[in-house]
Write a protein that binds this ligand. Sequence first.
Ligand code: PEP
Length: 246
Amino acid sequence: MARKLAAGNWKMNGTQAALTEAQALTGMFPAPSVEILLCPPTTLVYAMAEALRGTAIHTGGQDCHAHANGAHTGDTSAELLADAGATHVILGHSERRADHGETDAIVRAKTQAAVAAGLVAIVCVGETLEQREAGETLDVVRAQLQGSLPDTIEADKIVIAYEPVWAIGTGKVPTLDQIGEVHADMRKALAGRFGDDAKMLPLLYGGSVKPTNAAEIFAVSDVDGALVGGASLKADDFSGIISALQ
Ligand code: PEP
């Protein structure tokens, strides 16, 4: 069985004052039976990791550079994230792919760098609405998995998040059958790559997960958790999703 993970992606939201939301979660889940992760903006990674030190809640980044250091103004390497206290990093989010032209090859290089720095890489894949309507979903997701994962990577260093682009921040969610179909296909593709270890690799669903729909999504076979955007910003909302996963 794969470990279960509830991961929050704060995107470009959260000032110092928002750390109280992270602290509130620690009070609600002193000894959770699932992994909990918050990925704030880079400016808050150190402060959040410090605020959560000694608790069961992890801190992660939302992106990293493919190089460990050097002349890359404005970028943050996996090494720097790890030094700031991050344990995970989200890579290949569709907003990065769309806004920053990130290709599978770039995501692959970043994944390699993240793992080399000791971080768990949460690699995001997912189809656009056009691709779904053209019946291309499984092919697109398989190609992204193939292209975004380095050849030498080990299954226990990664998490995969299936995030249909059209479901992110829209309130639209695929049917449970559609989610189950993609997750089953991803597990199969990953088994071809990692063998039995693929069973241990967490497959998250992401896209408009709320406290109200989390339980039914988590009941879908091969869904091991969620990557949550909007509903991870407030402890009251995110706690409902975490409770549904426990
Ligand atoms: C995300 O940012 O990865 C995401 C899934 O966002 P939301 O939950 O707001 O749809």
